[in-house]
Structure formats: structure tokens, C-alpha cells
Design a binder for this molecule. Structure first.
Ligand code: SAM
Length: 236
């Protein structure tokens, strides 16, 4: 099955979509500070255009970032100008030859969706075993007592015509099944489509989720006080 690399057209409008209220990266960095405490060497999985990485370096973290979308990494390079080590890599082949105190994914390869009172793991990686090997690679890149923090966000919603710039509108269309979510991202300028992306995400049951993290080298999870991140600890 095709992977979810972002199309160059949607990457061109990524920052505009984010800045129209999708995520608030300053607030996320402040929440992460409370989670990370004295863990200073951080790996961001799915660094995107570097919006969160920029806030993290402002707060004094040493940040590296990986992303499998070339146009995202190119934008991150421009934004971060050598202050973050960037790698064009798929997390399933993660290999930076360094160890970190924590890995974080904010809307990256893995995240949790809030559905009523439960939290559902969502992954960009469709294959079950490949998720395990990718998590193993992440845990192998962590120091003793290393943490993995995955953001928690509301269930995806349809969005219609959110204004993201002059004559620029963003819409998203969601189709949900028990094990899959299809998400279409559409940008229109003067009502004419200028960017499009379709991503398919895998969802896991609680039992599968526990097996994934256990086999991937992580133990006990808990949510942070703000309810924004699910936190896993590297196995001893
Ligand atoms: C929604 S963006 C989030 C970017 C950034 N973390 C932020 O907060 O703005 C998700 C990013 O994860 C990347 N990504 C998704 N799956 C990945 C994978 N398997 N390996 C590496 N990067 C991945 C995508 O290319 C994309 O840039």
C-alpha cells in the first residue's frame, strides 16, 4: 500500500494551515517542557516544516528531526538554518547513529485520537509488524530511562472552507472505518483547487496497541497532566 508522504503541493500551504489554528506550537512546547524535565536531547519524529522544533530549541533543547517527506525537510532546513540536525528518513528505517533522552511525535508517524472517553492509536504505517520494527528502532535510539511522547488530539473532523490566506481556503474530508481513517486535504485559491493530499491511517485496538508497544520496546503508558500526550518509557 502507498505510504503517506505529503504531496509538494500541500506542503507549500502546510504552515498557512497550521497557523490558521490547527496546532499551537508554542503551547505544545511549553507542555513538553513539563514532560521532558531535564531530558535535553530530543528526537522529533515527523518534524515537518520545523514549527515545533523551532519552539523547542528556543526553550534550550538540542533537537534532531526526521521526516520522510523531502519537501517538508527542505522547508525545515530553511526555517531552522543548521540549529537542528535533520534527516530525510522513514521512521521504519530510523538510523541517526545517535541516542536521545526522548522521542516525540506531534501529528507525526504515531498519535492518539480521542474518541469519546477512549484513546485510539493512529499510525501512518499500515503494516502491524512494520509498526513494531519502527518502534524498536525508536527505542534503540533512546538512552536509559528514555521517553516516547505521542500527542493526543481530537478525532478528525470535516472542515469546510477555513480561510488560511487571501482568497485561500482549506477543507478536509474524513472517512472513518473500524481500522482505517481516510483523510483528504484540499486547498483552493479563488475557488480553484491548488493542493491536494489523501492519506490513509491505520487504527489499532487496545489489545493490538499493547502488543505493539510491548514488542517495540516500551513499557507502561500514562497521559501527561494536561491530557495532551501519551507517554511511554523505554524498557529497562
Ligand atoms: C502533520 S505533520 C507534523 C509536523 C510537525 N511535527 C508539526 O508539529 O508541525 C506530520 C509529519 O510526519 C511525517 N511522517 C509521517 N509518517 C512518517 C514516517 N513513517 N517517517 C517519517 N516521517 C513521517 C510527515 O511527512 C509529516 O511531515
Amino acid at each position: 500500500m502507498k505510504n503517506n508522504r505529503y504531496s509538494p503541493s500541500i506542503v507549500r500551504y502546510y504552515d498557512a494551515i497550521m497557523k490558521a489554528g490547527y496546532y499551537n506550537h508554542r503551547d505544545i512546547a511549553l507542555i513538553l517542557q513539563k514532560i521532558l524535565k531535564n531530558r535535553k536531547k530530543i528526537l522529533e519524529l515527523g518534524v515537518g516544516t520545523g514549527l515545533l522544533a523551532k519552539e523547542l530549541i528556543k526553550s534550550g533543547y538540542a533537537v534532531s528531526g526526521i521526516d520522510f517527506t523531502k519537501s517538508m525537510i527542505e522547508r525545515a532546513e530553511k526555517r531552522l538554518t543548521g540549529r537542528v540536525k535533520l534527516f530525510l528518513q522513514d521512521v521504519s528505517l530510523l538510523d541517526t547513529k545517535e541516542k536521545y533522552d526522548a522521542a516525540i511525535s506531534e501529528g507525526g508517524p504515531w498519535l492518539f485520537l480521542r474518541r469519546g472517553r477512549s484513546l485510539n492509536l493512529q499510525s501512518h504505517i499500515k503494516d502491524f509488524e512494520k509498526n513494531i520494527s519502527a518502534l524498536k528502532r525508536v527505542s534503540d535510539h533512546l538512552n536509559k530511562n528514555g521517553l516516547l511522547a505521542l500527542n493526543i488530539q481530537p478525532m478528525h473532523q470535516n472542515i469546510d472552507g477555513l480561510i488560511i490566506g487571501k482568497k485561500l481556503e482549506y477543507s478536509q474530508r474524513i472517512k472513518t472505518q473500524a481500522r482505517w481513517i481516510e483523510k483528504e486535504y484540499i486547498v483552493k485559491r479563488w475557488k480553484k483547487r491548488v493542493a491536494y493530499q489523501k492519506s490513509i491511517y491505520r487504527l489499532f485496538s487496545k489489545k493490538e496497541e499493547m502488543e505493539l508497544f510491548h514488542k517495540g520496546g516500551f513499557t507502561s503508558s500514562h497521559t501527561d497532566k494536561s491530557g495532551s500526550f501519551m507517554i511511554f518509557r523505554k524498557n529497562k
